[in-house]
Design a protein around this ligand. Structure first.
Ligand SMILES: [Zn+2]
Length: 245
């Protein structure tokens, strides 16, 4: 199996605070915002390891929390999350630059939300629904918005609940990754030292399953016998005969 280090992670952010003149259809100007949003905590774990990291403003200080994330990201061969391409990765990079930190390495990213939307049509593509549908668990229940209010007020019970919630999302992400892996198209190549190894899990236990053709090339179609991922092996140029008209 692969020794690649896949980092699963999930962030929580704080809401903006604004002065508003009504409750519906508000169009806010920048000078109505009293506080801007930001990351308040994150949970992370390595693929196949049981330890779940949790760092938060209230435990590590904002800079300490960001540094912990930056260090983990720097060690990863790939980062994986649910909507992390659209949300978590971008949010984190925004925090890094605001803090004057260097960009994290250009690590491969696996966004399971993209995989779900590209490959399936479930009635809902929310993490909670997809997790339940695939039988891998569900999100920790909480009271909704007031959890954030309490966490930001410094309520320790609320902070512990947010920690549980955040960690559970990270567990779900890893379990979902295991379920979805064979369905991930263009899985970043995490196999070590061998171009024929399964890009998803690094296994060499693969089976040739025919050829895939393009106009000028044929490619060996392979399926991993360990994780069921399909991928293409060596491409060969096809002999093209000129047809006389
Ligand atoms: Zn595999």
């Amino acid at each position: 199996m692969s020794h690649a280090k896949i980092l699963f992670y999930d962030i929580e952010t704080r809401p903006m605070v604004a002065e508003v003149w009504g409750m519906r259809d508000q169009n806010l100007a920048l000078n109505q915002i009293r506080e801007f949003g930001g990351v308040i905590c994150f949970a992370a774990k390595w693929y196949g390891k049981s330890k779940v990291y949790f760092h938060a403003d209230w435990k590590d200080g904002h800079e300490g929390m960001l540094k912990a994330m930056h260090d983990l990201w720097g060690e990863a061969d790939a980062v994986c999350g649910y909507n992390n391409d659209g949300f978590d990765n971008k949010y984190m990079r925004g925090e890094f630059i605001r803090q004057g930190m260097e960009p994290p390495p250009p690590t491969a990213s696996i966004d399971l939300y993209k995989v779900v939307r590209q490959q399936f049509r479930f009635d809902s593509h929310k993490l909670d629904h997809v997790s339940q549908l695939l039988g891998i668990g569900s999100k920790v229940q909480h009271q909704g918005h007031s959890l954030w209010t309490d966490v930001l007020k410094g309520d320790e019970k609320a902070q512990r609940l947010m920690e549980r919630y955040n960690k559970q999302d990270t567990h779900l992400t890893e379990r979902l990754y295991k379920k979805l892996r064979p369905y991930i198209r263009n899985h970043p190549h995490l196999g070590i030292g061998n171009s024929e190894a399964c890009p998803a899990c690094g296994s060499l236990n693969v089976q040739k399953r025919g050829l895939a053709y393009t106009r000028y090339f044929s490619a060996q179609r392979l399926q991993c016998k360990d994780c069921a991922h399909w991928y293409q092996g060596k491409r060969t140029k096809r002999a093209v005969r000129n047809i006389e008209i």
